[in-house]
Structure formats: structure tokens, C-alpha cells
Design a protein around this ligand. Structure first.
Ligand code: DC
Length: 222
């Protein structure tokens, strides 16, 4: 049976950095489920489906074939055969992903693919509903979070490193709005699974979070 680690939490808590590092150390694959929802959002933007048009999204999502491939250990998301990694990390696509991801048909499609990956591989999977819905039997579940102020400051620094100017108050407001949508949607809202371990990264480094999770993995894996 494969060993699965589920890491859930709000946007900007450091899930992907931490999950990727844990997976590398344990020689497991890292599955970034947010990237899969982003690929679906990108498809809707490209096809010019209005984001308010739920029926249109449901219809179109049947034509989006999303799959995952690994190249040198890194996840490559394929949208109808095209590597779309370079287009996924924009604010526009992130916001669109937050709008398309609550739709039941979209989630069912993604969930099926995620369950298959986890059944076949030892993996660290991060997202919003991994511990609660996708992998309820994961051997280790982590709920990783940080205050919205700290998450906004981190995002601001990321943008600055790319030479882009950000406004912390605006970034924080966007983060809080996205949290609200993710936590209050009808389908698979972001919540902490009962058996998940709560880890607040507001005042610890990513390395410290990784160490804490590695220790738990070693204990659980025996
Ligand atoms: O983690 P991220 O920012 O890449 O996620 C993009 C959007 O996808 C985010 O608004 C929440 C949604 N998402 C989801 O609903 N379920 C997941 N398992 C992962 C992401």
C-alpha cells in the first residue's frame, strides 16, 4: 500500500514549498493539486467561457483533458497534451481557479485523477480537501496555515524578487477573499480534517516546518 501525506491549508501558507521539500527528502512524488485546478481555469480563460457561466464551465470541462507527468522529479501539468506549467502561476489564473474549483463536476474529475496518483505512488499531495475528501485514509495529514498578514508579506517579497511592485494591503485583501471562498463553498470547503496535525508557519521558517513534518512521517512510516 502506498504511503500518502496530505497537506491542506489556505493559499500562501507555504504548502507547496514544504510539500515539495518533504517529498524530495523521502523520495516520494509531490502532487500539487492547485496546479490541476489552475490548468482547468486556464482552459476556461483561453476558451473565453465567462466565469459566471457555471453551465458553460460544466460543459467545457469535459473537453479539458488534464494529466500529470514527472520530469526530473518535477510535476508537469498537461492540458490537452500541452505543458501549461509556464502559464499557471499568475494572479488571473489563481483567481479564476478559485471560481471554477467549487463546481462539483470539475472537482469530481480532479479528484478521480488525484486518487489514482495516490493509489499508485507514495506521495505528498497538497491542496484544500486532500485530508478531508481526496485521501481520507492518508497516513499523515497536516493542516498548514499562517496569518493573512504574514502570507501577504511573503507574497509581496515573492513579487519584489521578480521585480514586480505589490501593495501589501491589497494582497492581504485578495488573500482573505480567496480564503473566504475556499472555506465557505458548498463542495469540499477548506477545513481541517479531525485527524490532521495543525501547523502554523507564521513564526517558523519553511525549513522548520519541513523538519517537523519529516519527523512525523518517520514516526508514522516506522
Ligand atoms: O493552491 P493554489 O493557489 O494553487 O490553488 C488554486 C485554487 O484552486 C484555489 O483557489 C483553491 C483551489 N483548490 C481547490 O479547490 N482544491 C484543491 N485541492 C487545490 C486547490
Amino acid at each position: 500500500m502506498s504511503f500518502n501525506v496530505a497537506i491542506d491549508g489556505p493559499a500562501g501558507a507555504g504548502k507547496s514549498t514544504v510539500a515539495r521539500a518533504v517529498a524530495r527528502q523521502l523520495e516520494m512524488i509531490y502532487v500539487d493539486t492547485g496546479a490541476m485546478y489552475r490548468a482547468m481555469a486556464l482552459y476556461m480563460l483561453r476558451e473565453k467561457v465567462a466565469l459566471e457561466d457555471v453551465e458553460g464551465i460544466v460543459e467545457k470541462c469535459q473537453h479539458a483533458d488534464i494529466s500529470i507527468r514527472y520530469e526530473n522529479g518535477a510535476q508537469v501539468v498537461l492540458l490537452n497534451g500541452e505543458n501549461v506549467n509556464p502559464f499557471l502561476r499568475t494572479e488571473e489564473v489563481g483567481n479564476a481557479a478559485s471560481v471554477v474549483s467549487p463546481i462539483a463536476e470539475v472537482r469530481e474529475k480532479m479528484k478521480r485523477l488525484q486518487k489514482e496518483l495516490a493509489a499508485k505512488n507514495d506521495c505528498v499531495m497538497d491542496g484544500r480537501d486532500i485530508g478531508t475528501c481526496v485521501l481520507p485514509k492518508a497516513q499523515l495529514k497536516i493542516y498548514l496555515t499562517a496569518s493573512s498578514q504574514v502570507r501577504a508579506e511573503r507574497r509581496y517579497l515573492e513579487l519584489a524578487a521578480k521585480g514586480e511592485q505589490g501593495d501589501i494591503a491589497k494582497i492581504r485583501a485578495d488573500i482573505e477573499e480567496r480564503d473566504y471562498r475556499d472555506m465557505h463553498r458548498e463542495n469540499s470547503p477548506l477545513t481541517q480534517a479531525e485527524d490532521a496535525i495543525f501547523l502554523d508557519t507564521s513564526h517558523i521558517t519553511a525549513e522548520e516546518a519541513v523538519e517537523a513534518i519529516l519527523k512525523l512521517c518517520r514516526e508514522r512510516r516506522g
